[in-house]
Design a protein. Structure first.
Length: 250
């Protein structure tokens, strides 16, 4: 009996849904999801959607448009050149990189807060104006670090028309961001090479010494690691590395 009644209930539900769709439109709606005729409500919904999208992309924005890229790569080079494997751990490297990033980006963050966030919270400017005021300090920071050669590269790739006398305002943000990223990668690898070189010399000296003594079975890393750590401590390596990193942005 139940098996017979079940198709009847399904058919009755489909018939009710069809009558509802004919009365209200093609897509059936419920009481709490009525179509809105007010444009302001639609705009507010779209603004919330944009805000959620920006929050989801916040980690990528932090990595690509701030000082984080250069800092974390250089610190990773330090760990790799020392040969200490996972010391310091990834959490410490990333945490220190974030702290240094916020310190370097402090003036930019304060400018964004003063020109965009505070006026928007006080309802003095619209969301669109707040977004524009927030992007400008970030563009100023990226222009200070990006090479003109890299900016021109992406202008040529995208065939973006620009005036003969190019100004910063003429460069689109979607061109500036990749140019800034590859400029940061270049500087980070230059600094990493300068850090790697003295430790490479220690590895070569230790390897040559062990070969000359006939100790071919003994891994050179076991002998060179204490010397590399000792050298790093004697020259106050973390002080020099962090100081050079922060000063490279000014």
């Amino acid at each position: 009996m139940k098996r017979v009644l079940l198709p009847v209930f399904v058919l009755a539900f489909l018939a009710a849904a069809a009558s509802t769709s004919q009365a209200q439109g093609i897509v059936p709606t419920f009481h709490h999801f009525d179509r809105s005729e007010d444009p302001e409500k639609v705009v507010t919904t779209l603004e919330i959607l944009v805000m959620l999208t920006v929050m989801a992309l916040a980690p990528s924005i932090l990595v690509l448009t701030t000082a984080f890229t250069r800092i974390v790569i250089v610190l990773s080079f330090v760990r790799r050149s020392l040969g200490t494997q996972d010391l310091p751990p990834n959490n410490i490297v990333i945490g220190l990189s974030l702290i240094l990033t916020f310190m370097v980006m402090g003036p930019t963050i304060r400018e964004i807060k003063a020109n965009a966030i505070t006026p928007y919270l006080d309802s003095k400017i619209t969301q669109k104006q707040a977004f524009h005021e927030a992007v400008e300090p970030m563009r100023k920071f990226m222009f200070a670090q990006a090479r003109r050669k890299d900016v021109k590269l992406f202008l040529d790739i995208t065939k973006t028309p620009v005036p003969q006398q190019v100004k910063n305002a003429d460069i689109p943000t979607e061109i500036l961001v990749p140019a800034f990223v590859i400029s940061e990668l270049r500087r980070a690898f230059i600094m990493g090479f300068a850090i790697f070189l003295p430790f490479l010399v220690i590895d070569l000296v230790v390897s040559t010494t062990l070969i000359s003594m006939g100790m071919l079975v003994l891994p050179p890393v076991l002998i060179s690691l204490p010397f590399k750590i000792l050298l790093f401590i004697l020259v106050d390596g973390w002080h020099l590395t962090v100081g050079s990193l922060v000063k490279s942005f000014y």
